[in-house]
Ligand binder design. Structure first.
Ligand SMILES: CC(C)(COP(=O)(O)OP(=O)(O)OC[C@H]1O[C@@H](n2cnc3c(N)ncnc32)[C@H](O)[C@@H]1OP(=O)(O)O)[C@@H](O)C(=O)NCCC(=O)NCCS
Length: 258
């Protein structure tokens, strides 16, 4: 926390009456070091990124998620951009705390190929982790490797509780609804909203468009205990109607078993 003297100021209105308040203290999210062999599939390993993986991972994103070209996320396509941003397994002790991004990869041990990459972003002072990107190599979608990827990721999201994060979010693109289905129906995250035109995305060649993303959230580590409840939100009637409807839909989150 910065030493700013706030003693002569006050919030707009007293808030936090419907939830607990806590003292603002040092908050930080610490990335978990992952190295997990799949008990169901001895050829699948989920692990943290190393420097040796950089070319392969950037190539995986380029072939599987080229839409980020030209956007705020395009750095994932370029291996040189990782050095200052991402937590590497080799430097874990320091990077687990200091690096804003972590990358978990899935490795097929028969072919020694990285077949899946997933990238996460943290905001320490918000105790938040965003599951920013996931891609599976086109040759490994469906089938036993894909099944291992999803079941291992489900466990990874449970381990995320160990990071200290209390709020986890994900945005899903709208060129298919597969990830919306997985996060909403299988992982049990709730719909937060629809953001039309949220990010620029590559249309091929030199063209781009603004794509719509669907946002989901979930509380961990009792994050909901310090979250204000609807009774103290000042909402326009139309927004209240939308909230009530979203809550109805969110009752169906997590219905399908992973
Ligand atoms: C998105 C991506 C990771 C999905 O992986 P995939 O292997 O193609 O996923 P699948 O289509 O096999 O779907 C996974 C499971 O969800 C099920 N599923 C997906 N969408 C569904 C839907 N709308 N309704 C019901 N079931 C659905 C599938 O049937 C499958 O279930 P199963 O394992 O029980 O058979 C992969 O296609 C990819 O890397 N795409 C490029 C990058 C990308 O789009 N990333 C995500 C952006 S948000």
């Amino acid at each position: 926390m910065k030493p700013i003297d706030m003693s002569s100021y006050q919030p707009y209105r007293e808030m936090g009456k419907s939830c607990e308040l806590r003292k603002i203290e040092n908050k930080r999210v610490v990335w978990p070091l992952i190295d997990r062999m799949d008990p169901q599939n001895p050829n699948f390993r989920l692990r943290t990124l190393t420097r040796d993986d950089l070319e392969a991972v950037a190539e995986l994103w380029r072939s599987s998620y080229p839409e980020v070209y030209g956007s705020v996320h395009e750095w994932i396509l370029d291996p040189r951009e990782y050095e200052e941003r991402v937590a590497f397994a080799e430097n874990w002790e320091a990077h687990a705390v200091t690096r804003p991004h972590a990358v978990m990869v899935g490795e097929d041990l028969r072919s020694n190929r990285i077949v899946m990459s997933s990238m996460y972003t943290k905001w320490d002072l918000n105790l938040q982790v965003e599951a920013s990107f996931i891609a599976i190599h086109p040759a490994y979608r469906k089938g036993p490797v894909a099944a291992s990827i999803w079941s291992n990721l489900a466990s990874f999201y449970q381990w995320l509780e160990g990071t200290g994060a209390e709020y986890v979010t994900v945005f899903c693109e709208t060129w298919h609804n597969t990830t919306q289905y997985i996060w909403f129906k299988r992982l049990g995250w709730k719909i937060a909203g629809i953001f039309p035109g949220n990010f620029t995305r590559w249309a091929g060649g030199e063209k781009e468009y603004r794509g719509c993303t669907i946002h989901f959230y979930r509380f961990l580590n009792d994050g909901d205990r310090i979250s204000t409840r609807p009774e103290e939100w000042d909402l326009l009637p139309e927004v209240k109607e939308l909230w009530d409807f979203m809550e109805k839909l969110n009752e169906h989150s997590g219905e399908d078993v992973m």
